[in-house]
Ligand binder design. Structure first.
Ligand code: FAD
Length: 278
């Protein structure tokens, strides 16, 4: 069972518990993006199994009136095994979502996977007329140019700062430069994307910029944040704009939980207080 300490960041170990979390979150006006925890499989079997679990999750979501969708990781669907395995598994998940009227986000992993991820997104964006979304990372130097390609496609794009640690040849390494790139990319997206913009950030400065750009261009947008991070802000922002919470679930929660705890000292002190029973 998921220990209480991890339940701030992880929606549960099973789909029914995660769907219950989605219902409670929906009640506060926030949509939920469910991610089954799992990544970097080096064999086909677990990648196929996760694709099947996503298909069942999509069936479960379709049977409810929940405002929920899914987000998959390329390496979870077999990209480390081979691009064909990834493509086949992604096609299964997207086809099921298309049949059920559901939406599939594709997370972006390290910079060596960007081309394969964007190519897969493009194919499914065209085939489904936009029932898929992809994440792009402002810390990569290539992203501003990638956005020009993405602007011509149906589907949604989530802009994040980037959670990986790419080398300086391909990425901005200083925090201020990443923030500058995030602002540039956001400005371009609001000017060029008709289908809307997804702002994947907890940063109040970026959320305020998105609001200003929306007023200027009228482009629809949504804010996306992680479960367990600035949840008060998620509820407040949902009063007058679309807000989605990315909520991971599943039995492989330990490494995700450590990442959240180690990335910020507030999260670390929360974990220590929980361990100490405070
Ligand atoms: P940061 O630059 O980390 O922080 C800026 C400011 O935000 C802080 O000064 C503070 O005011 C506020 N803030 C941030 N965290 C907290 C906190 N815990 N508590 C209180 N205030 C806080 N990365 C990928 O590489 N690929 C993905 O597919 C991907 N998907 C994501 C999906 C979503 C919905 C989100 C929200 C993030 C995703 N990320 C992904 C992670 C992302 O790249 C960043 O690592 C992460 O969001 C931290 O950057 P930030 O913009 O939130 O703010």
């Amino acid at each position: 069972m998921l220990p209480p300490i991890a339940s701030r960041f992880v929606a549960g170990e099973t789909a029914p518990v995660a769907l219950e979390h989605a219902r409670e979150t929906n009640d506060s006006g926030v949509g939920v993006i469910l991610n089954l925890l799992g990544e970097h499989y080096d064999e086909r079997e677990p990648a196929d199994a996760d694709a099947e679990t996503y298909c069942r999750l999509i069936d479960d979501i379709a049977r409810t009136d929940l405002r929920a969708c899914v987000s998959v990781k390329p390496s979870q669907l077999g990209l480390d095994v081979g691009e064909t395995v990834f493509r086949e598994n992604l096609a299964r998940v997207v086809e099921r979502a298309d049949e059920r009227g559901a939406f599939v986000w594709i997370d972006m992993e390290d910079h060596t996977t960007t081309d394969a991820t964007l190519d897969a997104f493009e194919r499914h964006a065209r085939e489904t007329g936009g029932r898929v979304g992809v994440c792009v990372q402002a810390n990569l130097r290539r992203t501003r140019e990638d956005l020009e390609r993405l602007a011509g496609l149906p589907g949604k794009v989530r802009l994040v700062k980037g959670a990986y640690d790419p080398p300086a040849e391909v990425a901005y390494r200083e925090r201020s430069r990443v923030n500058e790139s995030y602002r540039d990319c956001l400005e371009y997206m609001f000017a060029a994307f008709d289908d809307g913009v997804a702002v994947g950030s907890h940063d109040p400065a970026m959320v305020a910029l998105a609001e200003r750009l929306h007023d200027e261009h009228g482009t629809p947008y949504e804010v996306q944040m992680l479960m367990g991070v600035r949840e008060d802000a998620q509820r407040e922002l949902a009063a007058d704009r679309e807000v989605w919470q990315y909520a991971p679930y599943g039995s492989k929660w330990l490494s995700y939980f450590y990442r959240r705890v180690l990335e910020r000292k507030e999260n670390l002190s929360f974990a220590l207080r929980a361990v100490a029973g405070g």
